[in-house]
Design a protein around this ligand. Structure first.
Ligand code: ZN
Length: 595
């Protein structure tokens, strides 16, 4: 399954019952499929002998009879009649416009800002906006202020993440948006408390039409900077983001216990004073005193455990943190923190060479942990009351330092590996290949073959699923966090969004997120493509549930395209699956020995 999309295309569940091999099979698009793409691929198969026609024209097929041709789509209904040897299937695909059509005589639905209650500090800009027909005169009333809104032709939305796969990266122009900005002040109130400006009321005038008045769904509050509430993170960990929506990038997760003041709100999202946004449900209010969260730091100690080396930093209050890895360092930034440059005690350990620090801004101090090895093996953070603990995983020790050309007889004793066969259950098939076999059935077969090989070499292998279980990506990631393996590998097969070229797209790709995982992703990608002569679909950086764990190098690998006519045949061939498992086991061991 291509995993860049939050909303993968629907896959017909009925496909699980395989059709007899003499029949024409069309596995995609499903019945009632609607898309904004300008083209669509038809994925399916029929016996190799004979011809498959689409709308009367013969299509290209693999030697095994698979087909994945793409066809342009007109806006509206598109009909495809697929024929093979007297059998016929009709598929209707509806193409809709990417941008909803502009309203003719009023505001576009839900287009009045804000849609949810928001709060900001005095002095911040608030930009009111609405989508209205061309030639409208739009004004908005906010508190005592009346603002004329101007049409904004320059606004663009960025192409979505899926475009990285199809190469169509052009941003789209948005039309019909009217906006005006105003700087918030709390001067109107004499008492020291939050000011409520209420919901903006928008007015729309079109020539020869009655004036339309509509109130935005959300209200606007101006916070009193001297009386901000302080919240504590109750989730373990709290998910911090760069903005008030899950579309925004993740920041370093906030360990349970972190405290900070709330400087803004967007519906259920709160902006914390250090800059990150977090959901209300992941925090609780601990104070309304308005006293800032600030800490001094002086002495630092450390502790060596069997698997981890800990840096222990006593603080006055659990401040928000940011962790940033580079090749041979880990930077730990403490927000709202001022250093008093006390003494540091670093125990003898196999992981951290030395620790340096810097006051990077008047309110942010940063520790830099310099590693002894080229490879970082994992990290985690926690608060024990006011004590911040940053743990770095100690490197694994491999027995039998044998030569690279005799890997098979070697020993992976002491190495713990989490294998994650992607997808599972009738709810989550992953992508479905030309012949009707779903991705989840291939990932479990290959994962078990790989597990057996790794176990034979002495490794301890923990699988996220053994059967056809329905496990969400976050549950799988939590297992990795709990097991704290040497490495974690998630096994997937790929597909494309509708605009892609399924007939021509093949290859292996690997995904990493934290720098400690980059080398493993690149190595396995190179190893599989070279040893098995598979095409490369490149190595990606991406923040995915299964690349996000920090306790170990964690990689997600896509071992080919389920929907490519030729690659599907290779993917589902049992002999090739065994070769692939051999190669992955060799690759994992070779990488471990190279680090
Ligand atoms: Zn997948």
């Amino acid at each position: 399954m291509f995993i860049l999309s939050e909303n993968p295309p629907a896959i017909p569940v009925a496909l699980q019952q395989r059709s007899p091999s003499s029949t024409l099979l069309v596995v995609y698009p499903p019945i009632g499929h609607s898309t904004t793409a300008a083209q669509i691929f038809l994925i399916g198969s029929a016996p190799a002998a004979g011809e498959v026609l689409v709308n009367g024209k013969r299509i290209r097929r693999s030697t095994t009879g698979n087909f994945s041709p793409s066809f342009p789509l007109a806006v509206g209904e598109n009909k495809f009649v697929v024929e093979y040897s007297g059998q016929s299937k009709t598929i209707v695909v509806v193409r809709t416009l990417a941008q909803p059509e502009l309203p003719i005589d009023g505001f576009a639905k839900d287009s009045l800002y804000p849609n949810v209650p928001i709060a900001r500090l005095p002095g911040e800009l608030i930009c009111l906006s609405a989508i209205a027909p061309p030639n409208s005169t739009v004004t908005a009333r906010l508190g005592q202020q009346s603002l004329p809104l101007v049409p904004d032709a320059s606004t663009t939305i960025l192409a979505d993440n899926l475009s990285v796969l199809t190469g169509k990266l052009d941003a789209q122009a948005v039309t019909g948006k009217y906006q005006a900005c105003t700087q918030l002040s709390s001067q109107n109130t004499t008492s020291s408390q939050n000011t409520t400006l209420g919901a903006p009321i928008y007015e729309l005038k079109l020539p020869d039409r009655p004036t339309i008045r509509e109130t935005a769904k959300g209200t606007i509050d101006v916070l009193d900077p001297a009386r901000l509430t302080t919240v504590e993170v109750t989730a373990s960990p709290g998910v911090a983001r760069t903005g008030s929506d899950t579309e925004f990038a993740r920041l370093t997760p906030l360990p349970k216990g972190v405290r900070d003041r709330v400087t803004g709100k967007d519906g259920i999202w709160q902006r914390l004073s250090y800059g990150g946004w977090i959901k209300e449900t992941e925090t609780q209010i601990v104070s309304r005193s308005g006293v800032p969260v600030e800490s001094l730091v002086s002495g630092v100690t450390s502790r060596l455990l069997s698997d981890w080396t800990e840096l222990r930093i006593p603080l006055q209050i659990p401040v928000p943190i940011t962790v940033n890895q580079t090749d041979r360092t880990v930077h730990l930034t403490l927000h709202h923190t001022i250093s008093q440059a006390g003494i540091q005690r670093l125990v003898n350990n196999p992981t951290i060479s030395h620790v340096t620090w810097q006051q990077i801004t008047p309110t942010q101090m940063q520790y830099t942990l310099h590693l002894k090895t080229n490879q970082a093996w994992g990290y985690k953070t926690r608060y024990e009351g006011n004590l911040l603990v940053l743990s770095l995983k100690n490197p694994p020790t491999l027995t039998n330092n044998i030569s690279a050309n005799n890997l098979k007889g070697s020993n992976l004793k002491g190495i713990k590996i989490v294998l994650d066969p992607g997808h599972g259950s009738s709810e989550d098939l992953g992508s479905v290949g030309n012949g009707g076999i779903p991705e989840k059935d291939v990932t479990i077969v290959v994962s078990k073959l790989l597990r057996d090989r790794l176990t034979k070499r002495g490794a301890t292998v923990i699988m996220t699923r053994e059967g056809d279980d329905d496990i969400g990506p976050n549950e799988r990631a939590q297992l990795i966090a709990k097991v704290e393996p040497t490495i974690a590998l998630s096994i997937h097969y790929n597909a494309l969004p509708d605009a892609g070229d399924a007939e021509k797209t093949q290859g292996v790709s690997a995904f990493w997120y934290h720098p400690q995982s980059q080398s493993l992703a690149q190595f396995l990608h190179d190893y599989v493509t070279q040893k098995l002569d598979r095409k490369s679909d490149s190595v990606f950086w991406n923040n995915l549930a299964l690349t996000r764990p920090t306790v170990a190098p964690s990689v997600l690998i896509e071992l080919g395209y389920m929907i490519n006519p030729e690659e599907y045949t290779w993917i589902t061939n049992p002999v090739q699956q065994n070769r692939l498992a051999d190669t992955l086991a060799d690759g994992i061991e070779a990488w471990l020995r190279s680090r």
